[in-house]
Design a protein around this ligand. Structure first.
Ligand code: CMC
Length: 391
């Protein structure tokens, strides 16, 4: 079998070839299918970017209208799914519920998706984009003890999401364009990020030829952790803690530098970006705009800015190339838009969904072999079995 190269965390190993996302960590460049995220965030919308990421090209007007209509067509979630959600305690974290419900979708949609059949794949994409959005809002409605809503076929994708989250179909509804644009932008910025932990998980699970929903459910679980998508919730909780503690950011910076303390500055550092995270730059600017347009004065934004400024001039963070990442400012916008803190990582998951789908599809079309890393064994050498009475 030859010598095994040890690379914990796959810091230097490429696991696949991919034509979806280009990332240059030194220069802080991120592109989906060749288009810069700066341009996409400025001029596009989430559904269009989802189409681009999954199918490879920006859609024509006819294609995007059809895509949106087809998503609506598949938005019904089986009534039995409500029984499943009822079994969870109200206190369950929405990410745990989302992962379970995504997996449960397999039971109600058992058809095996043939990634190489265009029609099959297109149908699976529309189904996933629709049903995942609905159950994502259900995780929140359940936690709040509110009735579960259905997809609103009269509204665009993002508007339908906000309606399902916050209002009953009988109530009047008119989404503020500032809110819609901010959510669109955040979803776009999260839509793919090449072989990150959750995406690698989706590809790994799918490489055993497990289905699309099962693979995505595993991706949701991977995203949940605080070192990955769970960081956005952790950032806001950290900022609130700093605020409650009197607002001394230096104290928390010193804590993060202390190697005997497990605390890290949440929303700081990245495996690949070593100069800046381009998504964080766009989100920081958007946070300022959204808060001022909505007339929200959130003291936590001032704390975040001070924390960033102080950390960026601290030798520890400079030496290790630690900069704010995508999760650092996103929570501040979510909060201004009325999204509760425990839903932040679910928002990330909705945004990342097109990436997971596209990567699963690419992995299957490229006929990648089953993911199966090797190891270096460091356990006991061969020894004789010891009978119970002699142990
Ligand atoms: N606060 C304090 N020290 C840090 C931090 C931090 N946030 N991040 C890294 N370090 C230190 C780390 O202790 C290590 O120091 P030393 O060389 O002295 O041992 C050095 O920087 C390198 O860190 P690492 O853990 O080896 O780097 P990694 O590439 O394995 O981890 C990371 C990357 C993102 C998991 C890590 O930076 C981290 O834990 N950040 C906080 C959590 C976070 O914000 N995650 C979101 C990531 S971006 C979006 C996403 O993926 O969802």
């Amino acid at each position: 079998t030859g010598a095994i190269t040890l690379d914990p965390g796959y810091k230097n190993s490429g696991s696949c070839q991919s034509a979806i996302t280009f990332l240059d960590g030194e220069q802080g460049i991120l592109r989906y299918r060749g288009y810069s995220i700066e341009q996409l965030a400025e001029h596009s919308n989430f559904l269009e970017v989802a189409y681009l990421i999954i199918f490879g090209e920006l859609p024509s007007n006819d294609q995007i209208v059809k895509f949106e209509n087809d998503i609506r067509k598949y938005s019904i979630v089986n009534e039995e799914m409500k029984g499943i959600i009822d079994g969870f305690p109200k206190t369950a974290h929405p990410m745990g519920v989302l992962s379970s419900l995504t997996s449960a979708l397999t039971a109600f949609n058992p058809k095996v998706v043939d990634a190489e059949c265009e029609k099959d794949m297109y149908e699976a994409v529309c189904k996933t984009m629709a049903k995942f959005l609905v159950i994502a809002t259900w995780t929140y409605r359940k936690a709040k003890g509110l009735p579960l809503n259905y997809y609103d076929n009269t509204q665009p994708y993002v508007d339908s999401f906000m309606r399902m989250m916050f209002t009953l179909p009988t109530e009047p509804y008119d989404l503020d364009p500032v809110v819609r644009n901010a959510i669109d932008k955040l979803f776009i910025l999260h839509a793919d990020h090449e072989q990150n932990c959750s995406t690698s998980t989706v590809r790994m699970v799918g490489s055993s030829h497990a289905g699309l929903f099962a693979s995505i459910s595993a991706g949701v679980s991977a995203l949940w952790g605080p070192l990955h998508g769970g960081a956005n919730q952790a950032v806001l909780e950290m900022l609130e803690e700093i605020q409650k503690d009197g607002g001394d950011v230096t104290k928390f910076i010193e804590k993060a530098k202390d190697k005997n303390d497990p605390f890290r500055l949440m929303g700081f550092g990245h495996r690949v970006y070593k100069n800046f995270d381009p998504r964080a730059r766009i989100i920081k600017k958007a946070a300022n705009e959204v808060l001022s347009k909505l007339g929200v004065d959130d003291p936590v934004l001032a704390i975040a800015k001070e924390l960033e400024a102080k950390a960026l001039e601290d030798k520890y963070f400079v030496d290790r190339h630690l900069y704010p990442n995508v999760d650092f400012y996103s929570g501040i916008i979510y909060r201004a838009l009325g999204i509760p803190t425990e839903m932040f990582t679910v928002m990330f998951a909705i945004g990342r969904l097109p990436g997971w789908i596209a990567q699963w599809k690419e992995m299957r079309i490229n006929k990648e072999p089953i993911g199966r890393p090797r190891q270096l064994y460091v356990g006991a050498p061969l020894r004789e079995f010891v009978p119970m009475e002699k142990r």
